[in-house]
Design a protein around this ligand. Sequence first.
Ligand code: NAP
Length: 434
Amino acid sequence: MVKDAFHGRALRVAVIGSGPAGFYTAEELLRLDIRAEVDLYERLFAPYGLVRYGVAPDHQKTKLVTKRYDKLANEEGFRFIGNVEIGVDINFSTLREHYDAIVVTSGTESGGALGIPGEDRQHSHHAFEFVNWYNGHPDHQHHRFNLQTHTAVIVGNGNVAIDVARILAKSEEELRDTDIPKSVLSMLTASKIKEIRVVGRRGPVQASFTPKELKELGELAECSTWIAPEELDLNAASEAELNDGDIRTRGIVDLFNGFANAPGNGKNLRLQFHRSPIEITESGVRLVKNALQGEAGAQRAEATADVENLDAGLIISCIGYRAKTIEGLPFNDQRGVLLNDAGKVETGIYTAGWIKRGPSGLIGNNKKCAAESVKTLRTELEVLPPCPKPFRPEINKRTISYADWKRLDAEETAQGSPRKKVLSLEEAIEILDR
Ligand code: NAP
């Protein structure tokens, strides 16, 4: 039997950020052995964070996880409060006065920088902009990407680089059954890009791809993925890493070997290793060739004297994301995470998701991460003072409830495939006021 055990009433918790970590945190809180009331705050009008705006639009099955979040949203004790930005619409310190505990799950808000000359040139972008743009994020619809160029260079060897390359490589037909906004879809399908290069600073064994995602690059309808065979030569330390490595590493190297070939006649996606961008130039990018140094398992890319200039009208760096701190909370600027111990920032303030542990892992990893943080919170209930002010602060602006969101969702779904994503707050409010 769940009890009202926190000072004779339910525990009042605000969760900031409605991506997967926010929903899993709310779920863990509602499964506690004492009754909890959870308010899930979201800056945007739509929930789901990374699932809506980060997961690639051609990975619709992955996005089905939102069904689970919808179920949770119907549970007693859960409330979604959209269109409220903490620190802008309401201060964090005010929020603290109205809740017993706060869990920050606001994820990442920008991309890591390459830190090289020319990075701010018009044809140079971070994946954060491009991914949010093709996923219809309301803050990112103003970006313009040069898709009328022959060559695009994607920097980084993680799954985000694969997503970006795949979206650029897919044909109109392959992109049709997605939730890419129509305006974006028409720009992507008018693309003139014929060559996509994915460039890693280290070697094939050190790439962070996962086999399932890499395999998709070999299944593109109108684009050939290839690697020059000599790119797959390994030094002794990389051989050792491969032999001692996990199934994932073996899996991706096997896939690379399958791609070792010559380019096709049409559109090509080329994987290259051991290269780092050192300058974004007027006509493209200057790359330096790297040699791997160090012991197996800890090899670093060291620049050689070998430099090449590549003509490219679009450069997208996919080198990780960064969180934005909340004023007053301790932040590790280098790692871009809130300082925390098993999710505890300080008594009464906790964190989960990418702002807690950094930008890595799949959606499901956030469940374990949220469970750890809520467990930490649970152990502190004896020492947690009840909030001094009444439950829920007043918010003097139009907020979005979950029922509002479901109306917007129904409107998007009704538009069929591709779904017409609601792209702005004004559009959302216009629909809700009809
Ligand atoms: P990631 O997996 O950490 O990959 C980042 C890549 O950027 C690495 O190859 C890294 O190389 C490289 N890099 C970092 N700094 C660099 C620099 N200054 N110059 C050149 N290269 C640099 O990160 P991610 O791709 O952003 O993905 C984030 C998380 O989301 C990952 O866990 C990923 O698996 C997950 N994700 C999953 C999916 C999916 O399942 N479909 C899709 C997207 C993302 P080094 O290794 O040398 O540092």
